[in-house]
Design a protein around this ligand. Sequence first.
Ligand code: FES
Length: 634
Amino acid sequence: MQNDLLTPNRPGVSRLRGDAYVEELGASTALKAATTGGMLMEAPTNEFALAASLAELKAKGRLVVHGRHRPILVIYDRGRVFALDNRCPHMGFPLDRGSIEDGVLTCHWHHARFDLESGCTFDLWADDVPICPVEVRNGEVWIKTTFAHADPGAHWGQRLTEGLAHDLSLVMAKGVHGQLTAGVPQTDIVRQVALFGAQNRDGWGVGLTILTALANLLPVVSEEEAYLALFHGARRVAADCDGEAPRRDRAPLGSRPDPAALKRWLQRWTKVRHRDGAERTLLTAIASGCSPAALANALLAAETERTFADSGHSLDFINKAFECLDLIGWEHASAVLPTVVGQMVAARGAEESTSWRQPVDLIALCDETVGQVPELFAAGGIGPGWADHVALAQELLGHDPARIVDALKAAIRTGAAPADLSRSLAYAAALRVARFGNANEHADWETAHHVFTYANAVDQMVKRIGAASSDGHLTAIRSVLHGAMALYLARYLNVPPARIPGDGGEGLDDLPAGAEEIRVALLDAFDRQHQVDRAARLVARHLTLGYPPQALIATLAHAVLREDAGFHTYQMLEAGVRQFIAWGDTDEGRHILIAVARYLAAHSPTERAALQTANIARRLMRGGELHEEAVASL
Ligand code: FES
């Protein structure tokens, strides 16, 4: 069917497309406009503005005119007129230096090719170039200078989906930026990326963990930083899915067994590495309406069938899947939660590791203690007043595993709840990082990091399960015991221990005194290698002078978001901020942020290539000119 709006030779009709047939003359509107030195003269009563006379354009072949926001390339090619954003969507270099052949515009710089009529690219990495409508009226070329989309949120959402599907960083950056500018809530973007990741990879991975960690940090970062956080999350999810087979769903069982049976089955299938059985059991629990707390209890019980599995990553992934659902909505539980099962059933437990068996059989020690849990809680009775978290954390950092276990038992007997134990464990693990000795090998940072992020995951899961069920106590204590033994095995990382700055009233007066100066100095430290101790001292300086921790946390987030950060760096930042929030602006909170800063300093700087991509996308989206001056001299 022929569309009248697209019919050539129909005088006076505004046609919403990016080109004009020069034969179409005859618009009689008396528009007061002219071109002067390449500047468009805007007509106040019309969105179209005069770009040039047709004769001039025909003679020159192409012209660049400057609209209110961006330069526009106007092209005459084989009897038709086209208008495009002159900034190449790849990196913003001017397209007017490109070549045209057979309706294809080839960018001069990296040779991306575009369909002249639609602006669509043949090279996905470059993205499509925006076009604007053209009219030829009485021998004059008029162009509509806006590049607006009818539904910008939907348009940029679709672009983000395409960027994710083809792992195109630039397209993803624009998709995120465009949606944010269109007022799409940050959570909606997290949901879009999370569901893409859950459906396009056969299992939860690093990318979804990073996305969730960064999404958790959105409340503490600025809007500019939120763009970067969402972009990093999207690009890491896309990288995880690139080349992977999509996930194939399994179905819940037709029956609805009671939650206790489902929990037992999940443990059994995990133990014998029966993935299908475990996934169908979990899906049945979700379909049965089990609460997030009950699901957490069941998954933590199954996960701890193995000890400190996959160096703690398996449990951290499970916890992050729960946090992801907190963010995007529990109605997506059946799409998201089963993605953790594959790794959980396949994970290698520490019970297969010599260091956990000799010279002390730590597995046997844990198993024996777990057997005593009901009796211990019966003797103690959980009391709200238990507050010896710091003292217990110091015991957990000891050198004798039996004494460590005794300290945990004593805490239970005196009224500690599972969440009290996990809180102490997380703080002790943070101290392990804060006291990490610089004489260790660099790779040892990851050993300290693994214990801390595991301990944080245990703390979050245990809090989620709550104190109501004694069945949950057993599961929780088992996960705490595994973390405590992992912490014990990492004790060599603190020999000798690094000094924690700010303790004992240390002044740190050789450092800047103003809050802003301290934060600038901190970023400067992250710009250079081997600044671990200086970064720690600057964090201590900021906090001991009483400056707001929120600004310090935002600076730490900024330091991470500008880097091509590794997976562990995102984990460390997010776990540290979570633990700091739990402990508040106290000595313990300071120790936790010092741990974060020391780890970040040990892993900075990087190339910052992703930041470069994000900045190019941001400038292109804002309509600014890029590279015009630089190339003018070429
Ligand atoms: S292809 Fe045009 S700037 Fe790279």
